[in-house]
Design a binder for this molecule. Sequence first.
Ligand code: NIG
Ligand code: FE
Length: 402
Amino acid sequence: MLVLYNTSVATLAAAGGIGLIPEGAIVIDGSAIAWVGAYRDLPEIYAGVEHQSLDGRLVTPALVDCHTHLVFAGSRAREFEMRLEGSSYEEIAERGGGIIATVSATRAASEESLLQLALMRIDALIAEGVGAVEIKSGYGLDSETELRILRVARKISAVRPVRVRTSFLGAHAVPTSMNADEYLDKVCLPTLQGAYREGLVDAVDGFCETIAFTTNQMERVFCSAAALGLPVKLHAEQLSNSGGTVLAAKHNALSADHLEYATDEDVKTLAQSDSVAILLPGAYYTLKQTQRPPVEAFRKHKVPMAVATDWNPGSSPLGSLLLAMNMASTLFGLTPEETLAGTTRNAAKALGYFDCGQIRPGARADLAVWDLEHPAELSYRIGQNALYARMFEGKYDNHDEP
Ligand code: NIG
Ligand code: FE
């Protein structure tokens, strides 16, 4: 057992707000949190337990990156140049670039090389205090490669101190060799079955957009997910209003993601489900979008907001969740409290985790200790990583003491 004291603790434990305890203490018992509160209220039974001073530093739950595509090969730097020369993301996709370009590179990569590439990215997130990550497939679009991506994603948590939730994103793009319905029938849905049988799938995702799949097509994918008892989530209203938010709400999706083009009515419908709105400022920034997600409507209708990197080689080559937090505040107008809730409590909810993203008795002792005094510093700083130590399941990374 260990008592952390001389710290301010952002517990994120109650809905709304960050639950800041200025002179706080946390009792760690094995891999879990036993108690949290003001140090002056520390129960007598913990008085004799080993104490560790954090010298006034801030503690938050370990961060959660709830939307990434970080298992991929290849680079799309040339497309970045093309966009600077005036081409749009959709035009590049229609010319066989975009997702399809990454599909070719990923199909050609071995499981081992994909793992090595993914681990470099995971290590960058861990170094920022991330303790749980969602990883999607979707750069295979054939059975063999989709399964390879998911196996790599599963392997990560065996070799790194991080939790991984996998999402099957077979409905990410239509391969050039067939039309969307053929692809769903012949490849995507049978692959989902196979991946499920191998225990590789925690949730099912899709890209509902004019350049990808229609709501009717996504509905078929979601029905297959439901038949397997898998929760769903959706890339919705990223580039246009395509009806994805209402579909996500109807299927009580874990999350609806992007949402730049969601209307007030869409948000109202989403509020009737248990879904989280995942905001992805890295993609908005990279694609130089101007339509911001309807943050005021999320607040008004009480839809919880999460923030993630969307780490992928095309629309969001963003390897920093801290930078995503800054962008969510500066570009979307989230308060620093909202961005912190968005990368802890709400991000955990978006992954169906109920034992992390908050500091409360019974939750996992997955913590981030920051060389900061106030949580607003996390969103305010740009390109600075103030992580002092990270604790995963009650153990500090690499050493026993921070
Ligand atoms: O979340 N929207 C679809 N998927 C990714 C983009 C993937 C890519 O361009 O490679 C996204 O933005
Ligand atoms: Fe995405």
